[in-house]
Every structure is written in structure tokens, then in C-alpha cells.
Write a new protein. Structure first.
Ligand SMILES: NC(=O)c1ccc[n+]([C@@H]2O[C@H](COP(=O)([O-])OP(=O)(O)OC[C@H]3O[C@@H](n4cnc5c(N)ncnc54)[C@H](OP(=O)(O)O)[C@@H]3O)[C@@H](O)[C@H]2O)c1
Length: 214
């Protein structure tokens, strides 16, 4: 499902062209890793964003991202600008918050923003403290002619699943797309595992294994 989400959001809404720059956060997670690797297969520059040097090194060395920036770094926004010298054409939105803040000024005219998730906001109980920047954001969308489109994977693109399975199956089989799983045993550990995922404690797709170990 997350692989399908990355594939569909990127190809159907992001519609990247060779030579364009794609940015995606949670770059070592199942959605982000898929987006970055497909971006490379389509001839784009892929800039990942991840939490910590170990995840960033994996994104570049193993997944083939051109750059990966640690969102916990104090100069994160400056590093994002340096890693995107030609601006950003597709921002695959999965986290919101300060990553979105850093990316918006870098978006090129006619950029596309598939809105997949907002993980930094899932636990929020109230709106963030002001100033209210809603009108500034709408101004950016207007003046740069940016396309912003949310999607819910099976509602929006379920009809494309057979096409995805065929293309992704071939890519995985030939080693062009890699994936990483992190297995946690026991259904009783699922709540803690899920809370940890929202805090970035997972490295790869977090899977809960129930029943006997094989
Ligand atoms: N629209 C849909 O149909 C659909 C379907 C599936 C998934 N999604 C969404 O896609 C996104 C990725 O899903 P996934 O399963 O691939 O998750 P994931 O990458 O395995 O886990 C979430 C990651 O988000 C990052 N993160 C957490 N808090 C953050 C913050 N404040 N700022 C920046 N990054 C933060 C962490 O990675 P780092 O440690 O690297 O920061 C964490 O590991 C989620 O937003 C999810 O809800 C949407």
C-alpha cells in the first residue's frame, strides 16, 4: 500500500519530467523511499529529507537520492536551498510543519504538490501559534501557479493498482527499487510501535508480526 501511494502520488499528481527536482520527506520510510527511487528512474534529481545522519546516509548510499538533508539540523532550511540549486518542481508532501515551511520558498513556477500526509501534525490538538500565514501561502500558490492536490490512495487511484503491481513488480525483481522492513514481534507491541513511528523511531517500513516466528 505505501509503495502504491508513492508511485501513484508521484506519477499521477507530481507528473515529474526528466531533469526536474523532486523533494520528499520521511525519505527512508516506505512512501518516501519509493518516491525518491522512482524519481531517479524517471531521470529527476531527488532530494530526500530524513531524521538524522544514519537515515540520510542510507537514502543517498543505498536508495540513490542525490542529496538528503537532516530536518533536525539547525540550518535545515539553508541546506535544503543548497541541495536544490534549480528549485523544486515536485514536493511530495508527507509531513508538513517546518519541512513545508522550508520548501515553499524553493518551489518553482508550475510546481506540483501531491498532498499525501502531514505526519508532523497528526498529534496536534490545536492550530499552531500565529502569525496566520494562510493568505501568504495562497499567494504563493497563486503567483507561482502551483498545483496542490490531496489524495487518498485507494479512493483516488485504486483503479491503477494492476498497472502499479506490474511496473513495481518488475522494478523490485530487477533490483531497481529497494525496500527495507523493520519487524516488531507481537500484536501487544503494536501501539508502542505505532507511536514510535510517528516520532521517527522506525527505519524502513515498520511491520508487526503476529503468530510464531518463522
Ligand atoms: N494519502 C494516502 O492515501 C496515504 C497512504 C499511506 C501513507 N500516507 C502518509 O504518507 C506518509 C508516509 O507514510 P509511511 O508509511 O511511509 O511512514 P514512515 O515514513 O514509515 O513513518 C513516518 C516518518 O515521518 C517522519 N516524521 C515524523 N515526524 C516528523 C516531523 N515532525 N518532521 C519531519 N518528518 C517527520 C519520520 O521519519 P524521519 O525520522 O526520517 O523524519 C517517520 O519515520 C505519512 O504521512 C502517511 O500518513 C498517506
Amino acid at each position: 500500500m505505501p509503495g502504491f501511494t508513492g508511485w501513484a502520488g508521484l506519477t499521477q499528481i507530481g507528473a515529474p519530467k526528466p531533469g526536474e527536482t523532486i523533494a520528499v520527506a520521511a525519505a527512508t520510510g516506505p512512501v518516501g523511499a519509493t518516491v525518491g527511487q522512482i524519481g531517479k528512474l524517471l531521470g529527476c534529481r531527488a532530494v530526500g529529507i530524513a531524521g538524522g545522519p544514519e537515515k540520510c546516509a542510507y537514502a543517498v548510499d543505498e536508495l540513490g537520492f542525490d542529496a538528503c538533508i537532516d530536518h533536525k539540523a539547525p540550518d535545515f532550511a539553508d541546506q535544503m536551498a543548497k541541495a536544490s540549486p534549480d528549485g523544486i518542481d515536485v514536493y511530495f508532501e508527507s509531513v508538513g510543519g517546518k519541512v513545508l515551511d522550508a520548501v515553499i520558498p524553493l518551489l518553482n513556477p508550475h510546481a506540483r504538490v501531491p498532498v499525501c500526509g502531514l505526519v508532523s501534525q497528526y498529534n496536534a490538538t490545536q492550530l499552531p501559534a500565529g502569525p496566520d500565514r494562510m493568505n501568504w501561502l495562497m499567494g504563493q500558490i497563486l503567483r507561482k501557479m502551483i498545483k496542490v492536490q490531496g489524495f487518498i490512495i485507494f479512493d483516488s487511484f485504486g483503479h491503477l493498482y494492476p498497472e502499479f503491481a506490474k511496473q513495481m513488480g518488475a522494478w523490485v525483481k530487477s533490483g531497481k527499487i529497494k525496500y527495507r522492513e523493520e519487524i516488531i514481534d507481537g500484536l501487544e507491541n503494536a501501539p508502542e510501535a505505532f507511536i514510535g513511528l510517528l516520532n521517527g523511531e522506525n527505519f524502513g517500513k515498520r511491520v508487526i508480526r503476529v503468530g510464531n516466528k518463522k
